[in-house]
Design a protein. Sequence first.
Length: 401
Amino acid sequence: MNGGLITVPTTEIVSDLRKIDDQLTELYKRVAGAATNWTMPIVRALLLNLIVYARSAEEAEEAAANISEISGTHPCRAIIVDVTTPQQSSAVQSSKKQQEGCAGIITTVCGITSRGDRTLCGEIITLCLTPRADQVIGSVTPLLIGDVPVVLWIPGDIPQDDPDFESLFLMADHVLLDSRQFADLPAGLNLIPRFCPHEGAECTSADLSWASIQTWRELVAQHFDPPSMRHYLAKLQRVDVTFAGSRDVGSHPEAGVLHKYPPSAPLFLACWFMLCTGLQPRKVEHSDQGQFIIHAEQEGRSVEIRLSPTGRELPEGRIGAFVVRGGDTSDTATFIVKSVSMTEMVVTEECPGVCLPPQVLDVVPESDAALAARALDANRRDVVYEDVLKMASQVLKEIRS
């Protein structure tokens, strides 16, 4: 749904959480009154409970914006659990919460479906709670809608030793996370397996970083759709993956962490390709220029996979190019997928035989909201991602050692 949003004021401050449902009903009446000239019905069809565990004001605000975008295609009751402590909040934010006596903020988000036959509405409930005070689980549980899935979204680092988070996790059917946001990538990746199904556990997980490389995986695989090109995969020489590094280390002290390890998206893409081609990582070098060189083996032959930062004007951590070289001295080919801008990618081949002609493809940059919406549609176990995660953790362990 990309239709017009109803723009009447549909947000209210709630000081008594017991009255949230009553005030939501009033908001829906307000929406209905603003849409009296519309011919399509307004439908309150909530397909899931979406809980966001926000530990900073920035995470809570970004979550509200993302959910507003998601609600058009995935109408849900979203509960943003804002456990920002006074020490973490800015003086302005803390003062605002105190003045409003804010226990919760409720918002309805409505828009026309892509077919234009109805208006779907979702709900965003932001709870301003005190962490570790038995307040979180007691406030969230009564607000959950029965008989629909519960999805837990972790927008930043995975919490550890956090009883509030553990209580919410036990209620979840599906977990959304984003390894691109991990401050310590090796530590974060090591925590993800607990969200993967094991020993009868039903909760599944989805990583927005993994979802963000789907187009790259499809275009790389496209090179080798013709049977005449597949023999190059059995004789790989070298693989190069470039990614956008931090361009302003001075003003971002944490940027050094990004150079210490490769970002998760290019790392996942490299590991996926290694799994597809039977490459086994043996050793990893980290050069002074920030390049990560994975020394791998394919049927007794050595193959280098290089992950290198580029100075191109791309968002930090974004993949710039993926280049595969394969064959022997008499029959060598190069396969390239390259991002030339935020909205354009180029696919080219250099080979002795008949190659595919160069392709210039228009791509639509996917926001976090778009990635999350796609992940909600695929709430099932992804064994490929689980295997990629294991190899990525292995590579990072080699870098760290």
